[in-house]
Design a protein around this ligand. Structure first.
Ligand SMILES: Cc1cc2nc3c(=O)[nH]c(=O)nc-3n(C[C@H](O)[C@H](O)[C@H](O)COP(=O)(O)O)c2cc1C
Length: 337
């Protein structure tokens, strides 16, 4: 049983069913949730030998150095997992030296997270009210966020049967999406079909933060994103929480990498559960991966210490896998099984 499996079991025990289900669940039949992990299981490695000392796992992306090619994905509502919420996650990111992508739906204000000293990127759902959207972006920039991650895969909210079954549709008393607070008012997040390339162009004009497009799955969109000035592209199916039956993230990666021919760095997230998954993603052309649910399991199980343990465990896993798979790390070391 891996550390992650143990932490997930602890989270399941500690959390109310509706909150555990919110974190674990996905859209439709949850086939994409399962596929994200299963697809790694269908790949095998052909290690290289006698290739010398493994490289330093540290990466620099958009000017931010991470001690390993693994960043924390934006996930909502950390205070549902643990009372310390996003503060615990940000402190763990700072201690383990990686980037935390702060969800717009954070239950802790971005300014408080910036005080931890962690390198933060800010994730945005473009709101139909563009003036409000721009105020959120300005606030994130002022807080010191180093990139703006625009989530592009959510023109509407994916239907999640577990949440419907549990009647989970709002935060408990005392918790709110603090990045949407203006004075006493916290506006609800709206998912808007009006998100478009034109809106991305507008965001590029109003911020100096580099733009990241999260949720790209199709190579044509990767080219469009690069053409519209994206500084980094995140291949992601939102952890299977938006459109069920979307292909596994790792299976979508190679076509996106090919389409971009090195013009823009690419990351992938969805189903990363082992160091070998990370090495596979790097071999297929990702510069780094992002981690969603495992961070939440660490947080629910043991707060900041739990997130630190998850990150440190991944660093050891990545170092081991990198040393054993040798180099050069390119698609030739990955085989279908
Ligand atoms: C509970 C939960 C909440 C999420 N909230 C957001 C969010 O607010 N914004 C966003 O862009 N992605 C969100 N995601 C998607 C993650 O950023 C990421 O794409 C996904 O979790 C990666 O898959 P993994 O959980 O298998 O690692 C969320 C995912 C989960 C599990």
């Amino acid at each position: 049983m891996s550390l992650l499996t143990r932490f997930e079991a602890a989270a399941r025990e500690r959390l109310p069913q509706a909150h555990y289900d919110y974190f674990a669940g996905g859209a439709g039949d949850e086939s994409t949730v399962a596929e994200n992990e299963a697809a790694f299981g269908r790949l095998r490695l052909a290690p290289r030998v006698l290739s010398g000392a493994p490289p330093d796992p540290a990466v620099t992306l958009l000017g931010c150095r991470a001690s390993m090619p693994l960043l924390i994905a934006p996930t909502a509502f950390h205070r549902l997992a643990h009372p310390d919420g996003e503060l615990a996650t940000a402190r763990a990111a700072a201690a383990e030296e990686t980037v935390m992508v702060v969800s717009m739906a954070s239950t802790t204000p971005v300014e408080a997270l910036a005080d931890t000293g962690a390198d933060l990127w800010f994730q945005l759902y473009v709101q139909p009210d563009m003036a409000f959207t721009e105020r959120i972006v300005a606030r994130a920039e002022k807080a010191g966020c180093r990139a703006l991650v625009v989530t592009a895969d959510s023109p509407v909210f994916g239907a999640r049967p577990r949440d419907l079954h549990n009647d989970f549709h709002s935060l408990p008393e005392g918790l709110a999406c603090e990045n949407l607070r203006e004075g006493d008012v916290v506006r609800p997040i709206e998912f808007s079909p009006e998100i478009s390339w034109a809106r991305l162009d507008r965001l590029r004009e109003v911020t100096d933060m580099p733009l990241v497009v999260k949720g790209v799955t199709h190579p044509a969109d990767a080219r469009l994103a690069a053409g519209h000035g994206a500084a980094l592209i995140m291949v992601s199916n939102h952890g299977g929480r938006q459109l069920d039956r979307t292909a596994a993230a790792i299976d979508l990666l190679p076509a996106v990498v090919d389409a971009l021919v090195g013009a823009v760095p690419v990351t992938v997230d969805g189903g990363i559960r082992r160091g070998t998954d990370v090495v596979t993603a790097l071999a297929l052309g990702a510069q780094a991966v992002l981690l969603g649910r495992p961070v939440l399991w660490g947080l629910a199980a043991a707060g900041e210490a739990g997130v630190r343990e998850v990150l440190a465990w991944f660093r050891a896993e990545i170092e081991l896998a990198t040393a054993l798979v040798g180099g050069p790390l390119d698609p030739s070391v990955v085989r279908p099984c």
